[in-house]
Design a protein around this ligand. Structure first.
Ligand SMILES: Nc1ncnc2c1ncn2[C@@H]1O[C@H](COP(=O)(O)OP(=O)(O)OP(=O)(O)O)[C@@H](O)[C@H]1O
Ligand SMILES: [Zn+2]
Length: 287
């Protein structure tokens, strides 16, 4: 069975084909420019690679609630041309196929939950800390959505004493993304994250904010695992720092799994999203 997946990011779109077990057989990467340009490339890909269903995970915010008139749309993004773009409608018009529509992070969360590091547990959260911060929640093997999708990158956290950084989020004076995403680290240090030395004190600060977020996710969703991925988490020294601060902040309030098994890197590396897309395509096909 050949299935399709789209991981639609703000920088690039990945289109892929693969099987019902999430194994990728072919992929391309398309720069995210204008919808007109980028979507032509997407259409061409699935025209030349016919599949039985497509799972789509998109950058957002997007409409995920079928009762929302903006269901299937990318809604309020500042990205030129993409605001109010009817992504799902476009694909429906081009391809008469079952389609599964969700956020990029939900798609990746689903991939990790189905065949990745969280495959043996029913409840997991996938959080990516990159250009932005986003998280997908898997609850009892299902993608969690409320009235709309979650926006966990914008959770409020406590500003640490002595940290006078001006939050990098245009909406919030204090939020995780504004304090700890790649661009915030860039502003804090004057360097790209990958060029900041592993022992730079900024990592301890970043780890603290991510640890606060992990405590919030723990008490809110009671996951079995929290998966941390994205460019910033390439700094592997963050993991022990985050676990240590997490333990301090949770302060024994509730039992959680051993922290080395609880706050973990992704199992599928850069493939979480595409694998998730293929598996969501299978879900769409079986509905
Ligand atoms: N090795 C690294 N160490 C620290 N930060 C890094 C590293 N590599 C990339 N980054 C930072 O991560 C960010 C890019 O994140 P990522 O690679 O997850 O891509 P992205 O897809 O643009 O992110 P998003 O998923 O938010 O759209 C940039 O701000 C970059 O500076
Ligand atoms: Zn924010």
């Amino acid at each position: 069975m050949l299935l399709g997946a789209i991981e639609a990011g703000g920088t690039k779109f990945v289109c892929a084909t693969g099987d019902e077990n999430g194994q990728v057989s072919d992929r391309i990467s398309i720069p995210t420019t204008t919808p007109a340009e980028t979507m032509v490339a997407v259409d061409d890909y699935f025209t030349s690679h016919p599949v039985e269903a497509i799972g789509i995970g998109s950058f957002g915010p997007i409409g995920v609630n079928p009762s929302d008139p903006k269901y299937g749309y990318i809604t309020t993004t500042p990205k030129p041309g993409w605001g109010d773009f009817n992504f799902l409608g476009h694909l429906k018009q081009k391809f008469d196929l079952p389609l599964y529509w969700t956020t990029d992070v939900n798609e990746a969360a689903y991939g990790e939950a189905a065949i990745g590091i969280a495959k043996d547990v029913p409840n997991s959260i996938y959080m990516t800390i990159g250009t932005g911060v986003g998280a997908g929640v898997i609850s009892n093997n299902h993608i969690f959505n409320g009235r709309t999708h979650t926006e966990l990158g914008h959770m409020r956290i406590n500003r640490l004493l002595g940290d006078d950084f001006e939050c990098n989020c245009p909406y919030h004076d204090v939020c995780l993304e504004g304090f700890a995403a790649g661009p915030a680290i860039g502003k804090r240090t004057g360097k790209a994250g990958k060029d900041v030395a592993p022992d730079n004190p900024v990592w301890s600060l970043v780890a603290d904010y991510i640890a606060q977020a992990c405590v919030n996710l723990t008490v809110a969703f009671a996951p079995d695992k929290i998966i941390l991925n994205g460019g910033v988490m390439k700094q592997k020294q963050l993991f022990p720092l985050i676990r240590q601060k997490f333990a301090t902040y949770l302060n024994g309030y509730e039992e959680v799994p051993t922290l080395n098994d609880y706050i973990v890197p992704a199992g599928l590396g850069d493939n979480s999203g595409i694998a998730g897309g293929l598996l969501l395509a299978k879900l769409a096909l079986n509905h």
